[in-house]
Design a protein around this ligand. Structure first.
Ligand SMILES: Nc1ncnc2c1ncn2[C@@H]1O[C@H](COP(=O)(O)OP(=O)(O)OP(=O)(O)O)[C@@H](O)[C@H]1O
Ligand SMILES: [Mg+2]
Length: 491
């Protein structure tokens, strides 16, 4: 599988994840979604007792506050709406939590950081810059000089550090665009916490001879998103950010970024691969549902969500050592702050995408089964009760081969287009041939491609979908994604 990264590709093109090597091609069984209003486990057992009278979706009240949650010891699950047997209901939690408070980032800080080359630093409960400081590390040139000696090379999609430039840095992770390392604390400013990692733009060139340095818009957007995620507790705590110019002859001005941030235990991909049991898979899913609930409440549609972009944190001081999760990698092309979208539609989008990646991950079957057992009732509820929240924008997207194009805004059409092209790039596009996700029986893909070609041949239709797409036989893409990621077996 070619591993050409196309994040940062602003025009059309496809892209692929390097973080996942999908192996084997077992044929999945054909699953069917379970009846509306009922949550069903992977093994077919309902969460609710057999003799329970089920209400039709329209009869089930959306918001329930007064009813105590009954915990079933057998296997309680998290649901969106309360049903017997669920551990907790997110709608109850939403009512309890109240409207989310957004901690916003002062964009002037980011202008100063990029234009004047001053370091942004976390100070108590906010980010600050100090252009008058005599501390050299408050200037971005100090950070550029720190990481400049580190060299990275790419061996057919396996990046490695060729020289640490004598600073004694140790690799933590290298992604498509960034390297994450530990640098001995003696080399770092005293005002940083002892434990932190340094994440910086990779200095090497891609196979296409492109540098990883980014243009102004992308750099600005990524900084804004990263600081927003840190302040609102859905991303790792950021301690400092510096941006430096990386001029290259004959190119527009490009920027490199150096962050210092909270150390994660590992990413979710590595964590899932190291797990062995069904319960491990369940526990990871519960932690991720908690995170995605928080992110969705904040209006986040994270199209690049995948196990490599979720970080696992373990609180060693807590006796349970329970893992919590945070998002990472906030490229503005993929991390979109939507306005006025129902959080449940965003939860469905984020969790369905993540679960599809988990389904395709090369790890123990039992772990995947545990994950799917936990997310299945919740995803199925969100599909079955789609009329009870504003979800039409998501359910209109269909399976088709669309090339990636950065969303121009957060309109229905742009988000639907983005969703379709992401699924093409990660799951059913040509570049995924031979993977477990590619061989899933994606419905009406070629018919939809034909419909689209005809529809878009008329200029006025260029930002709309064919009307026939709302008919029943043309199954929503999100429903197909849910069916794949909750299917009972990957064989
Ligand atoms: N704070 C952290 N603590 C520990 N490990 C981290 C941290 N941040 C990132 N990593 C590790 O480094 C890897 C690469 O980081 P990141 O996702 O930020 O790079 P990227 O180049 O933007 O990734 P992609 O390939 O998704 O574009 C992650 O998958 C993770 O394994
Ligand atoms: Mg990443």
């Amino acid at each position: 599988m070619s591993a050409q990264p196309l994040k940062r590709t602003v025009q059309s093109g496809s892209f692929s994840s390097k973080s996942q090597r999908l192996r084997g091609n077992p044929m999945p069984t054909n699953p069917a979604l379970y009846p509306a209003g009922r949550a069903t486990f992977m093994d077919g057992n309902r969460c609710s007792p057999k003799n329970k009278v089920h209400l039709s979706p329209s009869e089930i009240p959306t918001l329930r506050v007064s009813r105590p949650i009954r915990i079933q010891t057998e296997h309680p699950c998290v649901l969106v709406w309360y049903e017997d047997g669920c551990k907790s209901s997110l709608v109850d939690k939403y009512l309890h939590d109240g409207e989310p408070t957004f901690k916003e980032v002062d964009t002037n800080l980011i202008y100063c950081c990029i234009k004047d080359g001053v370091t942004i630093k976390y100070d108590g409960d906010r980010f600050v810059t100090d252009g008058l400081s005599t501390d050299a590390s408050m200037l971005s040139s100090w950070w550029r000089n720190l990481v400049a000696p580190v060299q990275i090379a790419d061996n057919d999609g396996r990046p490695y550090i060729t020289t640490d430039g004598g600073i004694g840095c140790l690799r933590v992770g290298v992604g498509t665009f960034n390297a994450v390392v530990v640098i001995p604390s003696e080399q770092l400013p005293k005002w940083l916490p002892k434990q932190c990692v340094v994440r910086f733009t990779r200095p090497d060139v891609q196979s296409s001879n492109e540098f990883m340095y980014q243009n102004y818009q992308t750099t600005f957007g990524e900084l804004l998103n990263t600081l927003f995620a840190s302040l609102n507790d859905i991303g790792p705590a950021i301690y400092s950010v510096a941006v430096f110019n990386a001029p290259r002859t004959g190119r527009t001005l490009r920027f490199g970024v150096v962050y210092t941030m909270e150390v994660a235990h590992r990413d979710l991909g590595k964590s899932l691969k190291s797990m062995r049991s069904f319960n491990d898979g369940c526990t990871a899913a519960v932690g991720c549902i908690e995170l995605l609930y928080k992110a969705s409440r904040l209006g986040i549609a994270f199209f690049d969500i995948k196990p490599g972009n979720l970080l696992e944190f373990i609180d060693e001081s807590n006796s349970t050592k329970r893992a919590t999760y945070k998002l990472t990698d906030f490229d503005p092309a993929f991390f979109i702050r939507t306005k006025n979208r129902d959080w449940r539609s965003l939860l469905l989008l984020n969790l369905a995408l993540l679960s599809a990646h988990v389904y395709a991950l090369n790890c123990e079957e039992e772990v995947i089964r545990g994950w799917a057992t936990e997310v299945t009732p919740l995803l199925q509820q969100l599909v079955a009760r789609r009329d009870e929240y504003e979800s039409s924008w998501l359910f209109l997207a269909r399976c088709a081969n669309l090339k990636f194009r950065q969303a121009l805004d957060d309109s229905d059409f742009e988000l639907q287009r983005m969703f379709t092209s992401i699924c093409e790039s990660y799951f059913y596009g040509e570049r995924r041939r031979g993977t477990i996700a590619h061989i899933w029986h994606w419905k009406r893909k070629s018919e939809n491609n034909e419909d689209l070609k005809k529809h878009w041949s008329t200029a006025k239709n260029i930002d709309s979908w064919p009307e026939t797409w709302t008919t029943a036989e043309s199954e929503p893409l999100v429903v197909q994604l849910v069916k794949m990621s909750t299917c009972k077996s990957r064989r």
